[in-house]
Ligand binder design. Structure first.
Ligand code: ADP
Ligand code: TRP
Length: 327
């Protein structure tokens, strides 16, 4: 089974990204062949500043490594180190109807948020499909918002194979991340565009302050509280062990517990996981050559896979003659 996913370097990673996506990516490195890339071509749809792009890209690499990605087990590389994906995206665009792209929720949402509708933004799902199909990936762990893109990828694989009468491209399956919606400090979906995030690599002090600021209702300490509607409990649910969670559940319902105490526990649990990761990150940041080497080595390996598939793709659509083909 080949697992693949991409993460856009478009801002600081937050707890929603971790619980919704990264945690699962890292767990999968022990089970399957795992390929993860930093989707810098994709973030070119929103980041138009070279220095910022370089910084954000380097940050994602540091974040993943600090959070436990093991370069011996999983491949971590930059999307742009495999430029063949843009060639495949073009080829896919020639067999894909415009209507399919116009129906993409994510495109419509981004335009509604005021992001200008460049051709790149519109063609984003073509590039994403190319990312997946170029490695013949089987499983794509993503958040709910990305499932439609995987379904489009399945369609595009079918269009290509049917058009050229071949079985070159392999149909991938989405795999939904466990934590579908992590709430932010205001109770809405945690997202960098809502300014409600708990960032993974802020200082301990700043993070604690952020957690203590999670919005709760004004039920007095002595009253009983409903864990189901509480933003703090929602985070405990994602971070605490089941036995501890049960205890919190009954303390909420019994009354006599203040939200401050529950928030304090979230801050502690956060620190248990991300405190050591912060230290690893600081250490890794002092050795950019080591990190660069990991990215370049992985890219060299996956590029061989991509070239094999592109060979078959070019041959299937007559871009090379069978005689000239060199494997
Ligand atoms: P943001 O909404 O902050 O811009 P992205 O869209 O870059 O985050 O998210 C990258 C991935 O992280 C998403 O595809 C999704 O899987 C996951 N993710 C982001 N926010 C959340 C959240 N609040 N809950 C669960 N998963 C999330
Ligand atoms: N669009 C994804 C996101 O915003 C990132 C991404 C790009 C991706 N290419 C991919 C994810 C291929 C999975 C597979 O989260």
């Amino acid at each position: 089974m080949r697992v693949l996913s991409g993460i856009q370097p478009s801002g600081k990673l937050h707890l929603g990204n971790y619980l919704g996506a990264i945690r699962q990516h890292i767990e999968l490195q022990d089970e399957d062949e795992a390929l993860y890339f930093i989707a810098n071509y994709h973030s070119l749809t929103t980041v138009h500043d070279a220095e910022r792009m370089r910084q954000l890209t380097a940050d994602v690499a540091l974040d993943y490594l600090a959070l436990g990605l093991d370069p011996q087990k999983a491949m971590l590389f930059r999307q742009s180190d495999i430029p063949e994906v843009t060639e495949l995206a073009w080829i896919l665009s020639t067999v894909t109807g415009r209507g399919l792209l116009e129906r993409a929720h994510s495109y419509k949402d981004k335009v509604a948020k005021g992001i200008s509708a460049s051709m790149g933004l519109m063609c984003y799902p073509l590039l994403m499909a190319a990312d997946i199909l170029i490695y013949r990936s089987n499983l794509v762990p993503v958040g709910k918002d990305q499932v439609q893109h995987i379904e489009m990828t399945q369609d595009m694989a079918g269009y290509f194979n049917n058009t050229f009468g071949c079985e070159v491209l392999v149909r991938p399956e989405p795999r939904l991340n466990a934590a579908q919606v992590v709430p932010g400090i205001d109770g809405q979906k945690m997202s960098k565009s809502y300014g409600n995030t708990i960032d993974l690599f802020d200082t301990a002090k700043k993070t604690r302050k952020r957690i203590m600021g999670i919005k709760t209702d004004s039920t007095p300490v002595e009253d009983t509280k409903n864990p189901e509607t509480c933003n703090v409990f929602a985070l405990l649910k994602l971070m605490a062990e089941p036995a501890e969670l049960e205890e919190w559940d009954s303390r909420y319902r019994k009354g006599g517990m203040g939200y401050g105490e529950a928030k304090g526990r979230v801050a502690e649990l956060f620190e248990e996981t991300f405190g050591p990761a912060r230290e690893r990150r600081d250490k890794l940041a002092t050795d950019p050559d080591y990190v660069e080497d990991i990215l370049v080595t992985a890219a060299a390996k996956v590029r061989v896979m991509a070239e094999e598939v592109m060979h078959d793709v070019r041959e299937a659509c007559g871009l090379v003659t069978a005689k000239k083909v060199q494997r």
